[in-house]
Design a protein around this ligand. Structure first.
Ligand SMILES: C[S@@+](CC[C@H](N)C(=O)[O-])C[C@H]1O[C@@H](n2cnc3c(N)ncnc32)[C@H](O)[C@@H]1O
Length: 285
């Protein structure tokens, strides 16, 4: 089965996740085979494959690129009958005829395309589907008032941005597809947690969800597919934060990419998973 070249993959942000990291993320969220799982930008389908190999009965993959989906079909072929693949834009309206696109997933997992490859969304019809395409107005900068009052309820003034990084919109899409109390586990560029221009994305995250873990990945993670971008795993639970919410933070610095999670070379990943479990057994420690 023909594979796209690296140069052909770049404009679509096609950087495949190593199996090792897909396994790590499934362990992190405590994967249960009874869960309904979706990857809204599934590429060759590594997350779907690893979930179904663990017994998952309902796995759905969406990708905009028919060639990537052909590869996914080929790689998944014969292994499972429980994976459904759809070729569509992962930012399409949720109210679509595709019943698998209407949300309520126990786990939304994946590695969406990043804007680092020049992939920003400028189409206002697409932007308008997402809260994160808007910014709060700053009264000092534009002379307008930040809050108004409508029927005694304060209203917050927001303005539509002319463009937004595609991964930010995908982050919100992951949430839209997740059922209440469900889990979201996503690879994002580190900039989502450090860029001052994305502060409102972080505020949205911590004020609406439980941020259970943020785990840095080494630059080597995607080297074999053509990038050394610094990325992180974000694990959110789709429920409001508690008053004293805490987040588990860790950094992966070494991994044996060609071996499974239980290989000696991956002792650090196993240790991080153990520490994560301990942290959530007694989060105040
Ligand atoms: C970083 S790759 C990751 C693929 C897979 N989730 C993985 O981790 O190996 C991002 C994927 O998003 C797909 N993609 C790009 N733009 C998309 C869009 N608007 N809607 C759906 N998929 C898109 C690309 O074709 C690519 O397969």
């Amino acid at each position: 089965m023909a594979n796209r070249t690296r140069a052909e993959r770049k404009p679509l942000g096609q950087f495949w996740t190593p199996q090792l990291i897909a396994d790590f993320m499934l362990e992190l969220v405590g994967f249960d085979p009874l869960w309904k799982v979706i990857d809204p930008a599934c590429g060759e389908g590594v997350f779907l494959m690893r979930a179904t190999e663990r017994g998952c009965g309902t796995a759905v993959g969406v990708d905009i690129d028919p060639e990537a989906l052909k590869r996914a079909q080929y790689l998944l072929n014969g292994k499972v009958s429980s994976v459904k693949l759809f070729c569509q834009d992962g930012l399409d309206p949720i109210q679509s005829e595709n019943v698998f696109w209407q949300g309520n997933y126990d786990l939304v997992i994946g590695n969406p395309p990043f804007a680092g490859t020049g992939y920003r969304i400028r189409d206002l019809r697409v932007l308008s589907r997402f809260e994160l395409s808007k910014v709060r107005m700053n009264p000092e900068q534009n002379g307008s008032i930040e809050q108004g009052v409508l029927f005694d309820f304060p209203i917050e003034a927001k303005r539509q941005k002319p463009s937004q990084a595609i991964e930010v919109l995908f982050l919100e899409r992951f949430v839209q597809l997740c059922k209440p109390n469900g889990k979201i586990c996503v690879i994002l560029p580190e900039g989502v947690f450090t860029n001052s221009s994305l502060r409102q994305v972080r505020e949205w995250m911590v004020s609406n969800f439980q941020v259970r873990a943020i785990i840095g990945l080494p630059r080597e993670t995607f080297r074999s597919v053509g990038t050394t971008a610094k990325t992180v795993i974000l694990y959110l639970q789709n429920c409001p934060p508690t008053e004293h919410n805490q987040t588990f933070l860790a950094e992966i610095t070494q991994a044996d990419w060609d071996s499974g999670l239980n290989a000696d070379g991956n002792a650090q990943l196993i240790r991080i998973l153990e520490l994560f479990c301990k942290f959530w057994e007694n989060p105040s420690n």
